[in-house]
Ligand binder design. Structure first.
Ligand SMILES: O=P(O)(O)OC[C@H]1O[C@H](OP(=O)(O)OP(=O)(O)O)[C@H](O)[C@@H]1O
Ligand code: HPA
Length: 185
């Protein structure tokens, strides 16, 4: 599953930049304003969906200037591959009780939707009063499963395989400070 350093370097050298760091910062400002309007008086529990959600959650949280609690979960479908099955693997459940809470899930990407649909269902099953979803990137295609959409999408994405700002190409380049599309994918 791993790739060589040379492949990682080649993928970056050949990639198309879709959104720069400045584009993302601007989109996150707007996203934070929408979330503030909806949740500022709701004492929300913000759950970062690891791993991909970590950078978006970090940048978003510093823009939310109201009382909230924060925790994380790790649910994965792709596990370092570039295509995933329909089964979600839980690697970590949040410690904080969800009962009666307004839960905001924060992730990098809504693609086919299996991951966040399952995570949202799991949160409701544990008694969350409401579950809303914030994503940095909302991929536009017809493969989205029924019953899932982002309440707070920051940026629309073309139907290509992307990396950066939390999203990985075979576990590399989550650290890229922008959103890039892999050449030919
Ligand atoms: O909408 P979907 O088609 O389900 O795909 C989106 C999910 O896939 C990625 O996670 P991944 O399973 O790669 O786990 P990771 O965050 O640990 O990389 C991403 O962070 C989303 O959670
Ligand atoms: O395009 C993608 N990039 C990275 N991770 C992903 N998980 C689902 N789709 C993607």
């Amino acid at each position: 599953m791993g790739i060589t350093l040379e492949e990682a370097q080649r993928v970056m050298a050949e990639a198309d930049l879709l959104y720069s760091a400045a584009d993302i910062a601007h989109a996150l400002d707007i996203l934070a304003a929408s979330i503030t309007e909806a949740l500022a008086d709701k004492n929300p529990l913000v759950l970062c969906v690891m791993n991909g959600g970590v950078i978006t959650a970090g940048h978003l949280l510093t823009r939310l200037n109201f009382p909230l609690e924060q925790d994380y979960l790790h649910a994965t479908r792709y596990r370092g591959a570039t295509s995933g099955g329909q089964t979600i693997t839980w690697l970590h459940e949040p410690e904080t009780s969800l009962a009666g809470r307004h839960v905001l899930l924060v992730d990098d990407l809504l693609d086919e939707g299996y991951t966040l649909r399952e995570v949202a269902r799991w949160c409701r099953e544990r008694g969350a009063q409401t579950v809303s979803i914030a994503v940095l990137a909302d991929k536009i295609h017809a493969r989205r499963v029924d019953g899932i959409q982002a309440d707070f999408p920051a940026l629309p994405l073309v139907d290509r395989y992307v990396f950066g700002f939390g999203m990985d190409y075979k576990e590399y380049w989550r650290n890229a400070n922008g959103i890039y599309a892999v050449k030919g994918m």
